[in-house]
Design a protein around this ligand. Sequence first.
Ligand code: ZN
Length: 426
Amino acid sequence: MFVYDLLRKANHRLKAAKKARAGRFISPVRRIERVYPVKGQRVCAMTFDDGPARTPSEPDLGGGKPLTLLLSGILTEYGASATFDVVGDTSENYPDRRGEPDKFYWGGERYDHYPDFERDADGGAKNCPELIRALLDAGFEISNHGYRHVLFGKSPVYAKRKPFDGLDSVVEDLTRLHRLMEEQHGYTIRLARPPHYIDGIAGGFTSYDAYDLMGYHYMAASFDGGGWKPENGSFENDVKGMVEPMRQALERDPAFFSGQIIFQKDGCNMSRKTPVAAALPRQLELLKSFGYRVVSVSELMALSPFEDLSPEDECFEAARLLEAKRVPIGYRTNELRPDGIMTFGELCMALCPGEVRLARIRETNGPYGTALKWAAEHGVTGGGNVPVKGGDFSRLLEAAELPSSVPDKASFTRREALILLSEAMK
Ligand SMILES: [Zn+2]
């Protein structure tokens, strides 16, 4: 227990340091872990990874019904929605060896297999179009968890795994699932989560580069529903392990889940059981009794897009408008920091046309490099980290072919700058 506590503390520190680093620059792709609580209501989102699965729950609680339909049916019964973070097809992930139960490699040594090793034909959007159709017809959101669920890059935790070899392979894999959803279902994916949250891609790229090329935001989660862990003594213990932490959190703070994203599995845990099938109705009952509405991540983001932006804030509507146009205005951490000072580099990033940025994504220009180059090509130069002055603000708006009447000031808060920017873009 002592070692576990130390590890957990170290992990918390690591996460905080990672967040501080990630929060230094504006990014077209934001990692959505949670959002600012929605005004006047208790709303949270749920996500279900690794489906769809045609196999029944284990043990079978639905009379042979496919797990995905059992879960979506329970959600609908409670008036809840969710985001199903689906894979395309894992049947290409061979040759491979069956993994050891209860280990990270339970599904396979070199690759993952959903819903299970050598049962790939019963999982994924390609093999189960009827399950995808049923999810869409019932109003659920679909996100991109990778066509083959191959790791984006190397990870010490998954040392035996064979990851993708670079950015092009990752984008090609994501594109296969994106196209399948568009061509077969007329549906456009907007969010994605990397397999096992591995972000580094060979060649110095990250999942953020891949998602920028795809036009996605990075869908993370702030609360672990727990349905992926190895069995802890018995099935009933596993179910309790998914319900009790939620109950305790709500009893400590009834508003605890406001703005949070809950992680769940549309599949087996590491011991090939599906405690989620038994735990989900109890979790939804609990949330309902505390007055929560459960929605998809995009529905949550439509109500409150950033983690630190209150709906009461003066720039809330401006930020929402810019967000709807996918103008890069927030940090990777999903913060907006309206009280901060708008820098020259940040404004260049917001105004540099997306196609210019994406055309140069394979050059290593640094966070604002491409945007600063674009500005310089239009005769506006400055340091990335210095406050933007009124004159440069106007010239940058002109470079972006937008109306350019901004007051001539030495600096602007990000709040002021975003309001000016949204007025210019109306
Ligand atoms: Zn996964």
